[in-house]
Design a protein around this ligand. Structure first.
Ligand code: ZN
Length: 214
């Protein structure tokens, strides 16, 4: 029987203000360890809903793919009010997502931006395969730079090769990190001043593990 306490607490403005970006990253790493080892925090969601309603003081902003197998709060064992989540198939940035990140960090006080790609990503495979389908064609074009960046892959360069798909997905995360720094002077300035961390990660569907990308 799980005798761990049931958490009703939500992150407060004071707690958010005291957290450093490095502490937030460590909290998310620790949370992922709890998730992948089956020791997640027990939470009273009804009580957290009630307590978080007056205001939110999230610790981080995560940009994830659309994939239904990547439940962002769960992956980091975070609760209601702890994390801003932006999602788009292929986890690339555009001006709307950059604006959302600027809101999350500059206005709402989040201390970390984490761009998370994942294993077996359908959007990455679609970009590799040059899929043409309605508005998806336009979306996949935004992932094509990661495919172009992966020309140096040593091996079979097709969507049937999981190692190549992973290689492209990791490059796609690196491009997103670069694009954040290039296209958002606000976020770049906050990073340079040590107010936020901007990091990337690759999520393995098979075991719930995160590999951090520098
Ligand atoms: Zn995906």
């Amino acid at each position: 029987m799980d005798t761990s306490p049931i958490i009703s607490h939500v992150t407060t403005a004071e707690e958010q203000a005291l957290l450093t970006p490095a502490e937030v990253l460590q909290q998310f790493k620790d949370g992922n360890k709890r998730f992948r080892t089956g020791r997640v925090t027990r939470r009273n969601h009804r009580e957290q809903v009630r307590r978080s309603a007056p205001g939110q003081y999230p610790k981080a902003m995560v940009l994830s793919c659309l994939d239904s197998r990547v439940p962002v709060e769960d992956v980091f064992d975070q609760g209601i009010g702890d994390v801003f989540v932006g999602r788009v198939a292929g986890n690339f940035v555009n001006e709307d997502l950059l604006g959302s990140m600027e809101f999350a960090c500059k206005v709402a006080g989040a201390k970390m931006i984490l761009v998370m790609g994942h294993q077996h990503c359908g959007a990455i495979r679609g970009a590799i395969d040059n899929v043409q389908l309605g508005n998806l064609t336009t979306l996949l074009a935004k992932i094509k730079p990661a495919v172009a960046m992966s020309e140096d892959f040593d091996g079979e360069k097709t969507s049937a090769n999981p190692a190549y798909v992973k290689y492209v997905a990791e490059n796609n995360v690196r491009l997103s990190l670069n694009n954040i720094r290039i296209h958002s002077p606000i976020l770049k300035g906050m990073e340079d001043d040590g107010e936020i961390k901007i990091v990337g990660a690759f999520y393995r569907l098979t075991d719930g593990t995160l590999e951090f990308i520098e």
